[in-house]
Structure formats: structure tokens, C-alpha cells
Ligand binder design. Structure first.
Ligand code: ATP
Ligand code: MG
Length: 445
């Protein structure tokens, strides 16, 4: 992509309305534009990152055997009357009346609708287990939308729902979700720690929130530093293997990690003092097992292997897709701008032409664009007629993890410069070597 033909409306000034760094950088880097309180347009650069995050979520969900579908944003109120939540939900729900005076709502979540789909189509244990998910816009009329996409009113969420014949199978679905979430966040360059949340309907350990440590997080968190040493890495998981999933869950839930909601001072104080940590965290996901909370009142029953009709066991599992952009920036930036992890960067590499209009420099840049594109690594090429300083400042602000700088001086000896956004370190090499290096870096992403 040539920057001269792209749409990247960067701001020089810090926007006054932004209180935290991710909001500030997303506005300054031309990623989003606010249209109303907590409602944003996703400009091209922001939209690219959003799509990358969605793609990772889709890939990891499907590896776990979960099936994508798409439910609408608008829902009939009657479904929510069946579960009893139409009245319970309160002012956070955006209620709409259509021209025929039918009560509708903009979905804040989809338990009722997915249960309706299930009951209309599944009647036997032979069709289980089943996990369906979608990535869809939600609306919650938050009293205080703030921090940009972190607490929006309209926001993008992945929400998945498991249907199982018995509690053991549903708890396996819970574990499968925890494992797939650990892998998902790690691919985004994030450490999201599963923390025990306030307990669900059957009591016990059946809901966890995933928190990214950041000073601007809204939750207070308490944890054993040992948990921050855990890495998922490139292990390959057999998601049908209950023992394997349970072992991974055990590994991540054994060290103490809780939010203020469930914090227990006595257990915390039993951790060796040098490992006790108190911090703040951003909730980027949550998983729940809630049994028959929706299947009973809504009549989602199946026949079991003894021929009895039983309510299906369910859970729901959410990832804050649009909030993740903010969380990643909170976790990865410096005073010059964003530092995208390779897994979610809008472009893998930027090319800075130090002497636009110089035939040899232009040709070298064009050659790099071609070679990178041929390897499936579309670069962002700054081909504007701008000072070098301004080009570097833009690249630093938008945070591409790698930059190739091309100028007449280097080219005289056949070299370009490859710079890491994270470390600031540069290395001179031939254009071919730079392309190979970039290809190698992204091969494992
Ligand atoms: P919070 O406690 O932050 O209000 P929640 O617990 O109500 O969130 P869930 O119902 O668990 O949210 O939704 C799943 C995920 O969706 C959350 O973990 C969070 O990442 C994201 N999310 C929830 N509310 C918002 C919002 N207003 N803006 C952006 N993302 C959100
Ligand atoms: Mg939550």
C-alpha cells in the first residue's frame, strides 16, 4: 500500500478528550473516529487491526472444533421475556420499537437467541457436543462510555455457546475454551491471565475472566508472580482429549490470580512475599458454565441415551474483540507511539523512502514492495514527498514492528536499513536480505 494513496488521517496534536494512551494513539494514528459517545467508525488502519484480531479468534475457535455462524444485531424482545432477562437487564439494553409496534432490542449478548436456534433444531444427545459462536456487534448503553474502544457502547465481541448432554461434558467445553483463549491472546502478543470471577449458579470454580495487566485497567487484581512465567508456546492441543485440556487449565489456575471481586486476603498472604503482586487489569474475555439457566425456562431439552428428556447443559464464552485493540496498545507502546506485536500489526513492515523522486531510491523501494508482496507480506510504503523526520514520526506513531529505510547513501554500497520498532536497533543489509529476514520473522506468526 502506498501511503500517498492511503487514507491515514494522523493528528499532530494530542486530542483533549483522550484520557489514556491507547485512546490517544488510536485517534492520533487515524484508526478510529468517534461518531457519538462510545460509538466509533473504524478507519482503514484501525479496521485492518480489527480484522487481524478477528482472524486469530476465528482460527483458534475453529481449531478447538467450535463452529462459526452469524446472528443478527437486532433481536425480538419476546425471546428475552422467556428467559426473564427483558425486565432484569435494565437501562443498559437499547430498546427499539418497529413500525408494527413490536418490541425489539439491540443485542447486548446472545444466550436467548442461540438457545432458540438450538431448541428448534436439536432434539437428541446424538447431536452433541455442539459449540456455536459468532463475532458480532453488541450494544450496551454503558452509563459512562470511556477510554475509546475499551468501554464503548457499540462494540465487537466474539461470543460462543456450548451445548452438552451432562455436566462433565460441559466442563470439558469450559476447559476447551480456556485453552483456546490462552493460545488466542498469546498469538496477539498478550499475556491475559485467567482469574477466578464471582461464582456461577452451581457454585465453585466455573467462571474465569482473562485480564491483561495494565496500570489503566479498570479492575484491581491480585496474583502470584509465578503465573506470569507460564507460556503456552507452540504446543499442539488435542481438543477432544479431556485430560490434556484439564491439565492445561490446572497449570494456569493453580497459581493465585483473582480480581477484587473474589480476592481472598488469607490465601494471598500465604504466597511467598516476593511473589505477591497487586496491579490493575483490563478484562479481555470471560468464560462461564451456567448449566440449565437458559435451557430450562426456554425449553431446550434433548433426549439422553436412556430415552429421557433433559435440559441441555450450557456455557457462554466471550472475547472483547474491539476492546483488545486498546488493551494491546496499553500493553505495548512507548512515548513515540504504538508498538504492534507481529501477530496483529496492520502491515508487517513499513518502507521509508528518504529521497522521493530519486530514480535509484524509488526503484529500490518499488523492488522491495514487489518482493515483499510476492511473499504475502504487503508493506506500507511511505512514498510521500515529506522530510525524513516526518516519515519516521508517522511510522513510529502507527507502530509497524519493522521498518526498512532506503536512501541514496546506503544504496551506494547496495544496502538498506532494517529497524526494529520495539528495540530501535538498526542493521544494514542488502534489500534481498531484508526481505528474507522479514519473511523469516513472519513465518512463525
Ligand atoms: P465489563 O465488566 O468490562 O463491563 P462484562 O463482564 O460486562 O464487561 P462480558 O459480558 O463478560 O462483559 O463480555 C465479554 C467481553 O466483552 C468482556 O470480557 C470485554 O472484553 C468485552 N466488553 C464488555 N463490555 C464492553 C464494552 N462496553 N466495550 C468494549 N468491550 C466490552
Ligand atoms: Mg465479563
Amino acid at each position: 500500500m502506498r501511503l500517498s494513496r492511503y487514507f491515514l488521517p494522523v493528528l499532530k496534536e494530542n486530542p483533549a478528550e483522550a484520557q489514556i494512551v491507547s485512546h490517544r494513539y488510536m485517534l492520533r494514528a487515524g484508526m478510529i473516529k468517534q461518531q457519538a459517545a462510545g460509538i466509533y467508525s473504524w478507519l482503514p488502519l484501525g479496521y485492518r487491526v480489527l480484522r487481524r484480531i478477528e482472524q486469530i479468534v476465528h482460527e483458534e475457535q475453529q481449531k478447538a472444533g467450535h463452529i462459526p455462524l452469524l446472528m443478527p444485531t437486532l433481536q425480538p424482545a419476546d425471546l428475552w421475556r422467556e428467559s426473564g432477562r427483558y425486565d432484569d437487564y435494565g437501562e443498559e439494553m437499547l430498546r427499539i420499537t418497529d413500525r408494527h409496534k413490536r418490541d425489539m432490542l439491540y443485542g447486548p449478548t446472545n444466550e436467548e437467541m442461540i438457545t432458540d436456534i438450538f431448541r428448534a433444531n436439536v432434539a437428541s444427545y446424538k447431536d452433541l457436543p455442539l459449540t456455536l459462536y459468532h463475532i458480532q456487534w453488541k450494544f450496551r448503553d454503558e452509563i459512562r462510555p470511556r477510554f475509546g474502544v475499551m468501554r464503548g457502547r457499540e462494540f465487537l465481541m466474539k461470543d460462543g455457546y456450548n451445548f452438552d448432554i451432562d455436566v462433565d461434558s460441559a466442563l470439558h467445553a469450559y476447559n476447551r475454551h480456556m485453552v483456546s483463549y490462552l493460545k488466542t491472546y498469546e498469538r496477539m502478543g498478550l499475556q491475559a491471565i485467567p482469574m477466578r470471577a464471582a461464582s456461577g449458579p452451581i457454585g465453585g470454580d466455573n467462571t474465569h475472566e482473562f485480564l491483561v495487566l495494565a496500570s489503566t485497567g479498570e479492575s484491581e487484581v491480585f496474583y502470584d508472580a509465578a503465573i506470569t512465567n507460564l507460556k503456552f508456546g507452540d504446543r499442539v492441543v488435542d481438543y477432544d482429549n479431556r485430560a490434556e485440556c484439564a491439565a492445561i487449565v490446572k497449570e494456569w489456575t493453580t497459581p493465585y490470580a483473582r480480581t477484587d471481586e473474589t480476592h481472598d486476603e488469607a490465601i494471598f498472604n500465604a504466597i511467598p512475599e516476593d511473589r505477591r503482586r497487586t496491579s490493575r487489569g483490563i478484562e479481555v474475555g470471560q468464560i462461564f458454565f451456567f448449566g440449565t439457566k437458559y435451557s430450562e425456562p426456554m425449553g431446550a431439552f434433548v433426549t439422553n441415551d436412556k430415552g429421557e428428556r433433559v435440559p441441555v447443559q450450557m456455557g457462554s464464552h466471550g472475547i472483547g474483540v474491539s476492546r483488545l485493540l486498546g488493551a494491546i496498545i496499553e500493553a505495548s507502546h512507548d512515548d513515540k507511539g504504538i508498538i504492534w506485536p507481529e501477530g496483529v500489526t496492520p502491515f508487517p513492515v513499513g518502507i521509508v523512502n528518504l529521497k522521493q523522486g530519486d530514480a535509484a531510491t524509488d526503484a529500490a523501494c518499488e523492488g522491495l514492495v514487489k518482493a515483499l508482496t510476492a511473499k504475502g507480506l504487503e508493506p506500507l510504503y511511505d512514498d510521500r514527498d515529506e522530510r525524513a523526520g516526518a516519515k519516521f514520526a508517522t511510522m513510529d506513531l502507527i507502530g509497524l514492528p519493522w521498518r526498512i529505510t532506503v536512501g541514496p547513501r546506503g544504496l551506494a554500497t547496495g544496502k538498506v536499513e532494517l529497524t526494529s520498532r520495539r528495540t530501535g536497533e538498526s542493521e544494514e543489509m542488502t534489500p534481498e536480505a531484508a526481505v528474507d529476514r522479514i519473511a523469516q520473522i513472519y513465518a512463525g506468526v
